[in-house]
Design a protein around this ligand. Sequence first.
Ligand code: G3I
Length: 340
Amino acid sequence: DSTLSELAAARGRFVGSILNSEWFNNSLGSDATIYESTHKANFNIVVAENEMKFDATEPSRGSFSFTKGDKLMAYAAANGMQVRGHALAWHSQVPSWVSTLAQQVESAGGSARDTLLSVLKTHIDSVVGHYKGKIREWDVVNEAINDNGTHGWRSEGSVWYQYIGRDFIDSAFVWAHKADPDAKLYYNDYALEWGMGTGTKAQFAYDSIAVRLKNAGIYITGIGTQTHIQNTHTSTPSNLRTLASKLKSIGMTMQITELDIGFALGTAISDADYAAQGHLYRQFMDLFLEAENMEAFVIWGFSDKYSWLKDQSKYNGLIFDSSFAKKPAYDSLVASLKAH
Ligand code: G3I
């Protein structure tokens, strides 16, 4: 039987998954063989779960660490996979030296804004430069829109927004494009699947990032929608269909970048529930294949045994179970691909 990547490649598309941090740390134990063979068979684009983030790549100022990222690049090259780079400017997983430095500069009467602009530029130049020509697309800015229902810029907890302001976003895209003019550049965020329209996060991302940067003449390829959802969120595929078509109208693309569909913790999951989870997965694959401006469909892990959801209020959101057996969700993705 054809695998996900064989079916996707035949349709000119990418289907992907992260490699979990356990893979980078050689801590998969006796799962290592099945983990790798399952990943290799099914995906033609790959993302590092944590290993290309700021804290992993620049643990102290100006001192870069590419060992784990390079391990991913070698694996991708050996297995004919493309790579999504994740993520350059994000409020989370920023090492503490960044805010310490900003506070020091500020209390000495200097410009913390200028210092952090310089820090971010050096980071982007170095990381994008290191992988120049090898990474298909970067999540340049991740999660810059807030989560408190007002859908303005995320300020709380964001060292970049607090010290630089909104234009850290603009600058990040400009620097990334300069460092690798051939890389595709994405704005990536979650909760975009809650719909378009005034007051929604998707509308804000569309207006204040996609359209605004385009009008400013700043290169951006499109928007990545993470899509960490729950099995009850059945209206979300059609909302993403709308976002994809809005982006198409301004010449941009949309990627599904981190899909998982978890069940609320504590609920018993029946066979029918797993079938419904598969049906929902299929609706995302259907919209992906039917959109002309979507290239990659990426899930945030593939086995329920290795998933960030285990630390959250949701679980069992992926397409292989904890023993690496295919779930109905896997068969549903295959069925969608075969139908298109
Ligand atoms: O690096 C330390 C390690 O030294 C320590 O031994 C270990 C013990 O807990 O923790 C390690 O750090 C953890 C890191 O993952 C690496 O395993 C952090 O505590 C943990 O918070 C971190 O979680 C990651 C999370 O991003 C951080 O925000 C998840 O693995 C990763 O799946 C998740 O991915 C994000 C995307 O980047 C952006 N979109 C949402 C998505 C899910 O939250």
